[in-house]
Ligand binder design. Structure first.
Ligand code: MN
Length: 445
């Protein structure tokens, strides 16, 4: 039986780094985190390569590789980081990433002999630009929060919010990998077929009900062959790490198009991910029991297991904030709309991956799974405007005097995530931000 990743010396809360900013309280990137991204110097035109965040700095793994500092599987993992995307590193599996993490952790520790050689390999995070961490072959978006599914279901079917399959099967749709972009991307408001209330003939127009979705992204590590499945016990060995994910959604397009095959153009125009991928190993101190009430029937056997019940969930606080064009101009900081926690998810990452492959579907290194909007049990913990405004019926007041039901042009949505637990170093995910531009223009050619 496979377990969730064990604690080791890299999690020691007493560790300090020779990079001073990594030791400041509240940093997302202390030495206990060490997340990976695909990086280069902003505006340089250099090739992208792997990087590890440490405080306000980034350790350039492409440059570190040229020093050939490691041996064995850590060296192989580091070599993979010289590539412009992290697929090869992800595909080497958890042991390789773990060996690399251990050697990087040792080299960044206060007093490490590596300080002198590695100091010149640091680039300030403010001078870095990112790409999507992996070449994403396929993107699947789940619907794993029962609180989101219930709240959205209630808006459509007040008497019967949750469909009968929900508690048994991890619901998902196949998304679009081509429009996944890294944090900082501005995208055009989608156009689509609309059929507002009281209208009988659909028409083409810019979405009037553009929304965000506060989600966690899961990058697949070790692949599985077509025709094979991954058991729940082995599932986490196929997960590289987690990021933040915003599954931008056009609710009006969605409501008209989704029956009976599910979301299509309402979702595939843009998806934003955070640049930093936090490894499952870094998340080991923050594992949580599956939050399923004891009176619920157990899942079908292939989705049930002791280690999943005891520690399959992950305690990640998630937050969505908004900054409008007017707020930006007035110097008003982003306004938090809600907070939720990934530990409240009905399905765990392991269950999602096991279910995805149970029919023999192959997952490749760098494939992306979204968890679906992560809403908490309280209405104020909703992870979308659809829920927070009761489908537009209850506008949200913003500082500066504006209000919102759905997103307007110029709005910027910022997702954040972090893990905190007594006795361990707090770690964070950075942010996943995206800005709404005016609608897609008609083809003028
Ligand atoms: Mn979604």
């Amino acid at each position: 039986m496979s377990e969730t990743v064990a604690l080791n010396a890299t999690h020691d809360p007493a560790l300090r780094s020779w990079v001073p900013s990594a030791n400041s309280a509240g940093t997302d990137f202390p030495i206990q985190n060490l997340p990976f991204a695909a990086i280069r110097r902003a505006g340089s035109g250099e090739a992208f390569r792997g990087g590890v965040a440490i405080g306000d700095e980034v350790l350039d793994l492409g440059a570190l590789h040229t020093l050939a500092p490691f041996t064995g599987i850590a060296a192989q993992a580091l070599a993979a980081c010289a590539a412009p995307a992290l697929n090869a590193l992800m595909g080497q599996g958890a042991a390789a990433a773990s060996a690399l993490r251990a050697t990087i952790s040792a080299g960044l520790r206060a007093g490490a002999a590596q300080e002198r050689a590695w100091r010149s390999l640091l680039v300030p995070r403010s001078a870095i630009e990112y790409r999507v961490p992996a070449d994403i072959g396929d993107f699947t978006d789940f619907y794993a929060s029962i609180h989101h599914a219930t709240a959205v279901g209630r808006l459509m079917r007040p008497d019967n919010p949750l469909l009968p399959n929900y508690k048994w099967i991890p619901i998902a749709y196949h998304g679009r990998a081509s429009s996944v972009r890294v944090s900082g991307f501005a995208f055009r408001r989608p156009r689509g077929q609309l059929l507002p209330k009281g209208v009988t003939v659909p028409f083409l127009g810019p979405s009037r009900r553009l929304d965000y979705e506060l989600e966690v992204g899961i990058f697949v590590g070790r692949p599985n062959e077509l025709g094979t499945s991954v058991s729940l016990a082995q599932a986490e060995a196929h997960v590289f790490g987690l990021c933040l994910l915003n599954d931008w959604s056009a609710r009006d397009i969605q409501g008209w198009e989704y029956q009976p095959l599910g979301p299509f153009l309402a979702k595939n125009f843009a998806t934003t991910v955070s640049p930093w991928v936090v490894t499952l190993e870094a998340l080991a101190p923050f594992r949580a029991p599956l939050s399923r009430p004891v009176d619920e029937p157990p899942p079908v056997a292939y989705l049930d297991g002791e280690s999943n019940r005891v520690g399959g969930a992950i305690d990640v606080t998630l937050e969505a904030a908004i900054e409008t064009q007017k707020m930006r101009a007035a110097g008003i900081p982003a306004h938090a709309l809600s907070r939720s926690n990934f530990r409240d998810s009905w399905w765990t990452p392991g269950q999602m991956l096991a279910h995805h492959t149970v029919n023999g579907c192959n997952l490749a290194a760098g494939d992306l799974l979204g968890t679906g909007t992560q809403s908490g049990p309280e209405p104020s913990q909703a992870g979308s405007l659809l829920e927070l405004t009761l489908a537009g019926a209850q506008p949200i007041a913003l500082p500066g005097g504006e209000s919102r039901t759905f997103l307007e042009d110029g709005d910027r949505v910022i997702l954040r995530g972090w893990c905190a637990r007594a006795g361990f170093a707090r770690i964070g995910f950075g942010e996943a931000a995206g800005t709404v531009l005016p609608a897609v223009p008609p083809d003028a050619s």
